[in-house]
Design a protein around this ligand. Structure first.
Ligand code: URA
Length: 219
């Protein structure tokens, strides 16, 4: 009998919801100021987090209500790890941990060379051993895909068995790079939208501009 070959394909989940569309549209608007942009990012991430955590590990526990003993569900161990990619991913951290209160938080500092568009790591603060861990990586923009591919490779090298990237916006080019470079890996991308394209500067079109600058009001 021929052996079955299981091909693992990256999962892409575009969250289709009127509240997500409304918040994203306001984020895109160039007139939205930094305080509003920060608040809407926080709210949008919480909505995306609801979908991103659909397969978070849980266990069944016994609960005593004021009326009876019953069975309930609780987030289980090992604790999920949330990793914002500095700087712009920091603006997504509270929105994510609000729904995942048991999560541990790691940090990854990555910067993209604006000429070559290559990503390099300048800071890492997370456990060396991620064996069996579910990891949620936060980066607002999946543009060229270089930063997220490098970040996810590092997490898988440390043993992560289930990695979900939560992004506000993705480009079709970035999604294709992730699908090619991370083929066969346990990776999911959750986003509010996949836009038209990348421009020659590596920005998503129509996009929302530079997410870090818009969150923090600095260049
Ligand atoms: N990073 C951003 O902040 N915006 C883009 O459009 C692309 C990368």
């Amino acid at each position: 009998m021929p052996m079955a070959v299981i091909v693992v394909v990256m999962r892409l989940h575009v969250v289709d919801h009127p509240l997500v569309a409304h918040k994203l549209s306001t984020l895109r608007d160039e007139r939205t100021d930094s305080p509003t942009f920060r608040r809407l990012t926080d709210e949008l991430v919480t909505l995306l987090a609801y979908e991103a955590t659909r397969d978070v590990r849980t266990e069944t526990v016994e609960i005593t209500t004021p009326v009876a003993v019953t069975r309930g569900t609780r987030l289980s161990y090992p604790r999920p790890l949330v990793v914002p990619i500095l700087r712009a991913g920091l603006g997504m951290l509270d929105g994510m941990t609000r729904l995942l209160p048991t999560a541990e938080v790691g940090f990854l500092g990555m910067v993209r060379n604006e000429e070559t568009l290559e990503a390099s790591t300048y800071a890492t603060r997370m456990p060396d051993d991620l064996s069996g861990r579910q990891v949620y990586v936060l980066d607002p923009m999946l543009a060229t895909g270089g930063t997220l591919v490098a970040a996810i490779r590092m997490l898988i090298d440390r043993g992560a068995t289930d990695v979900t990237a939560v992004v506000l916006l993705a480009s079709p080019e970035g999604v294709a790079v992730m699908e090619r470079e991370l083929a066969g890996q346990p990776v999911t991308v959750v986003t509010a939208a996949v836009d038209e394209r990348l421009n020659e500067h590596g920005y998503i079109v129509p996009g929302l501009g530079d997410a870090g600058d818009r969150l923090y009001g600095t260049a």
